[in-house]
Design a protein around this ligand. Structure first.
Ligand code: PMP
Length: 439
C-alpha cells in the first residue's frame, strides 16, 4: 500500500537486476546521488538523448513516438523556439527590474488570448509558483483563507501548492482551510449542478469552521482526477457558486492551456466561464521555465501595491523569447484547430477499440488530452494492473503514454501538439496489438 501519492507506471527499483548493464548502472548511480525521490517511467526505463517534433530518441538511435509530454507543446526542439532562445542567450538575459519591450509585447499578446476581464499578468518560473502566487493574490484580495479543490487535485510542489494538492497522498497534509470535493464521474448527465452543490457544501463547511472561502481552484480538465472534460460548461455553475460566496474562481491552465483542448486557447473558454485568476505554466516556454498568473487588474493593483513580490528568474529575457516563439508557432501553424482535428480522430479510433475490447471503457478527452479506463470486464472495477501492462506494452512498441487518475487505471495520452492523424494511427495500431496480447 503506497503511503505517498501513486506515481503510475514507475520503474520498480527492486527489479533493477532485470535491466541491461548500462541501465542498471545508471539506475544505481541515480539512486545513490539523487536519493529515492526521483521516479522513472516504465518497467524498462528509457535513456533519452535527443528529441525532435513528436519523437524522442534513445542512446541507440531508436525513435519513440511521444504521446505523453505536454511541456514541449509545439514539439521537441522546435527550430523556431531554439533559434529564439539561442539568439536571446547571445544578446541579453536579465530580470524584470529594467525596462524591456519584449516583456511588454509578450504580456500584451498573452493577455489578448484571454477573456477581456484579465488585464494584467505576473510571471514566474513554474506552475507551482503560479499556484502559490494566485493563492496569495486571492487571499489578499478577499481577506479569506479557505480553498476548495477536487478530490485528487494536483496544483504543485511548494508548501502552499502542496496544501491544495490531495493527490500527493496521505503523508502530505492538506491545509486546515482546504476542502475537497468529488469530481463528476464519467457520463454524469447533471455534472454541473451536482458538482456545484458539492462545492457549495464545502464552502458552507468552511464557514461552519469559521473560515470564509478565498478561492475555488480547479484544473479546467480535472486531469489528475482522471480527466473530466465533459460536458463543456459544467464548471459554469461551480464558478457561479464561488462568486455568490464572495470567493474567486482560479482556473489552473497548467495542463489545459495553450491550445491543448483543441477548442480554444484556454480550457476555461470551453466552459464559457470568466475566471478571476488563471495560472499558466508547463507548455508556456516549450521547456524553458516560465509560468504566470493572469488576473483582473484590480486584484493585481492591490496585491502589487501592498505586497512585495520579485521573482529573480521569472520572465527573464530568455524565457520571454521562448514564450513569444511558442505563441508564434501556435498561431502561425493554426495549432488549436489541428489539435481539435487530431484529437477527434484519436478518440474515434479509441472508441472503435473499446467496442472490440471490453476492458477498455469511457473514452474521453478534449483535443490532445485523451483518456480511457481499463476495467475488469466482469465487474467494471478499475484495473490499474491492466493499465500498467498496456502502458508498458506500448513502451515496448516505442509508443510513450502514461496513466492517470486516483487509482492510476486510466490511460493518459497527452502528446506534443503537432501530433497528427498519422501519429494517432500509429498509436492506435500499437494499442490494438497490446490489447490483443496483454488483456
Ligand atoms: N497545476 C497542474 C494542473 C499541474 O499539472 C502541475 C504540474 N504537473 C502544476 C500545477 C505544477 O507545475 P510545475 O510542475 O511546473 O510546478
Amino acid at each position: 500500500m503506497p503511503t505517498h501519492g501513486a506515481m503510475p507506471n514507475s520503474f520498480d527499483p527492486t527489479r533493477a537486476d532485470a535491466l541491461e548493464p548500462r541501465a542498471r548502472a545508471l539506475v544505481a548511480r541515480r539512486r545513490r546521488l539523487l536519493g529515492p525521490g526521483y521516479k522513472l517511467f516504465y518497467e524498462q526505463p528509457i535513456e533519452v538523448v535527443r528529441g525532435e517534433g513528436v519523437h524522442l530518441f534513445d542512446a541507440d538511435g531508436n525513435a519513440y513516438l511521444d504521446a505523453y509530454n505536454n511541456v514541449p507543446c509545439v514539439g521537441h526542439c522546435h527550430p523556431h523556439v531554439v533559434e529564439a532562445i539561442a539568439r536571446q542567450a547571445g544578446t541579453l538575459n536579465s530580470n524584470t527590474r529594467y525596462l524591456a519591450e519584449p516583456l511588454l509585447d509578450y504580456a500584451e499578446r498573452l493577455l489578448a488570448t484571454h477573456h477581456e476581464g484579465l488585464g494584467s499578468v505576473m510571471l514566474a518560473c513554474s506552475g507551482s509558483e503560479a499556484t502559490d502566487l494566485a493563492l496569495r493574490i486571492a487571499r489578499h484580495a478577499t481577506g479569506a483563507k479557505g480553498v476548495v479543490v477536487t478530490a485528487n487535485a494536483y496544483h504543485g510542489v511548494t508548501a502552499a501548492a502542496a496544501e491544495v494538492s490531495p493527490s500527493l497522498g496521505a503523508n502530505e497534509p492538506l491545509g486546515v482551510h482546504v476542502r475537497t470535493v468529488a469530481p463528476p464521474g464519467p457520463g454524469d448527465t447533471d455534472a454541473g449542478a451536482a458538482f456545484a452543490l458539492r462545492v457549495e457544501e464545502a464552502i458552507v463547511d468552511l464557514r461552519r469552521h469559521g473560515t470564509a472561502t478565498a478561492a475555488v481552484l480547479m484544473d479546467t480538465l480535472l486531469s489528475s482526477d482522471g480527466l473530466v472534460p465533459d460536458p463543456p460548461g459544467f464548471l459554469r455553475p461551480v464558478a457561479d457558486v464561488a462568486h455568490a460566496a464572495g470567493a474567486l474562481f482560479i482556473a489552473d491552465e497548467v495542463q489545459a492551456g495553450f491550445g491543448r483542448t483543441g477548442a480554444a486557447m484556454w480550457g476555461y473558454q470551453r466552459h464559457g466561464i470568466e475566471p478571476d485568476l488563471v495560472t499558466m505554466g508547463k507548455p508556456m516556454g516549450n521547456g524553458v521555465p516560465i509560468s504566470g498568473v493572469a488576473a483582473r487588474p484590480e486584484l493585481l493593483e492591490r496585491f502589487g501595491n501592498e505586497v512585495r513580490y520579485f521573482n529573480t528568474f521569472g520572465a527573464n529575457s530568455i524565457a520571454i523569447a521562448a514564450a513569444a516563439a511558442v505563441l508564434d508557432v501556435i498561431e502561425g501553424d493554426d495549432l488549436v484547430a489541428r489539435v481539435g482535428e487530431a484529437g477527434a480522430h484519436l478518440r474515434t479510433g479509441l472508441a472503435g477499440l473499446a467496442r472490440e475490447h471490453t476492458v477498455l471503457r469511457n473514452v474521453r478527452g478534449a483535443g490532445l488530452y485523451v483518456a480511457a479506463d481499463l476495467v475488469d470486464p466482469a465487474t467494471g472495477a478499475p484495473d490499474a494492473r491492466a493499465t500498467s501492462r498496456v502502458v508498458n506494452g506500448l513502451r515496448e512498441r516505442r509508443v510513450l503514454i502514461s496513466a492517470a487518475g486516483a487509482t492510476a487505471s486510466a490511460l493518459k495520452v497527452r502528446p506534443p501538439l503537432p501530433f497528427g492523424r498519422d501519429h494517432a494511427d500509429q498509436l492506435l495500431a500499437a494499442l490494438a496489438d497490446v490489447l490483443a496480447a496483454a488483456c
